[in-house]
Write a protein that binds this ligand. Structure first.
Ligand SMILES: O=C(O)CCC(=O)C(=O)O
Ligand SMILES: [Fe+2]
Length: 311
């Protein structure tokens, strides 16, 4: 179905100071998270702390994408799906930074390449944003694991995370063709933070496309295929796409929590029993990306993680 539905996704409040593991507030929020993920595979996380960075984040992104194309192309990476890329139309471009939670990486891998004379405020903005967003991601992941009764794995799981920061620009356009084709994310958890221009759409269980309209103080949060595999089939990921409807450019910054290369993603034994056998073979995310890049380039996006590692 292609109809558009005006539904407000669940909005869950993470702004409260007293949100500490074990508190009554925490337990309330974690069940809201679980419920939203069961129903939609995503939700909006209210996080007022991000407001103080909003102006600087989108200022930095405009500064970056306004650089000449030949400068942006200097940002290359030996790793798949990192570095600078631009679609065939030139209307969508993005830059993905590996291990962005390590502050020196932003400075040395990105800023110093694009601005050899340095750009301190650019680095500081991206570092602060990544710290804030990765802290929120850890809270959300801890809550999810608690609702599955496997919280004892939280530290090991989080220590094996690579945080990829991706900054994206979509030129304004009123074409009905999606600017980013429908897909589900293959990583663990994705947090998106955008400017005032909407365009993200998610597909609900009935196949209807729902417009996502985040507020300036909310992150859009969704779970990906790797988390579903780790949970032995728990929490399906959400199919989503971007369709531009306005003439203004859309800027969006995403933090993609991804399993670190070398870490074997495997469901904990507590989630596997005689009734619920192991559904997926253990896999290494970076090895999977090699497979995915070939299939995704051919347009076979359904050949995702579950096709790769199903038992
Ligand atoms: O721009 C957006 O809101 C979505 C981006 C996205 O889905 C992705 O990069 O995987
Ligand atoms: Fe996505």
């Amino acid at each position: 179905m292609s109809s558009e539905t005006a539904v407000r996704l669940p909005v869950i409040d993470f702004s409260k100071q007293e949100l500490k593991p074990g508190s009554p507030e925490w337990d309330l929020v974690k069940f809201q998270v679980r419920e939203a993920l069961e129903e939609y595979g995503c939700f909006e996380a209210l996080f007022d702390q991000v407001l103080k960075l909003r102006h600087a984040v989108f200022g930095a992104m405009e500064e970056l994408f306004d650089l000449p194309l030949q400068t942006k192309k200097l940002y290359v990476s030996s790793k798949l799906f990192r570095g600078y890329s631009r679609d065939a139309s030139g209307l969508h471009e993005n830059m993905a930074i590996d291990d962005a939670h390590i502050p020196e990486n932003i400075e040395s891998d990105l800023t110093n390449i694009l601005w050899p004379q340095g750009n301190k405020s650019f680095s500081e903005t991206l570092v602060s944003f990544t710290q804030l967003a990765s802290g929120l991601e850890k809270t959300i992941r801890r809550m999810i694991l608690e609702t599955f009764g496997v919280e004892k794995y939280v530290d090991e799981f989080i220590d094996s995370t690579n945080y990829i920061l991706k900054v994206m620009k979509y030129e304004g356009s009123q074409s009905s063709k999606p600017s980013l084709r429908a897909h589900s994310d293959q990583n663990l958890v994705t947090l998106l933070y955008q400017n005032e221009v909407n365009g993200l759409e998610i597909q609900n269980k009935d196949g209807e496309w729902i417009n996502v309209k985040p507020s300036p103080n909310t992150f859009f949060v969704m779970t990906g295929e790797s988390l579903s595999v780790w949970l032995n089939g728990g929490l399906s990921s959400t199919y989503h796409r971007v369709t531009m409807k306005e003439s203004k450019a859309r800027y969006c910054v995403g933090l993609f929590a991804t399993p670190r290369g070398g870490y074997q993603v495997k469901a904990p034994k507590e989630l596997v029993d005689d009734k619920n056998g192991l559904l997926f073979k253990p896999f290494d995310y970076e090895e999977f990306l090699g497979f995915y890049s070939i299939h995704a380039a051919r347009g076979a996006l359904e050949s995702g993680l579950k096709a790769y590692c199903s038992v």
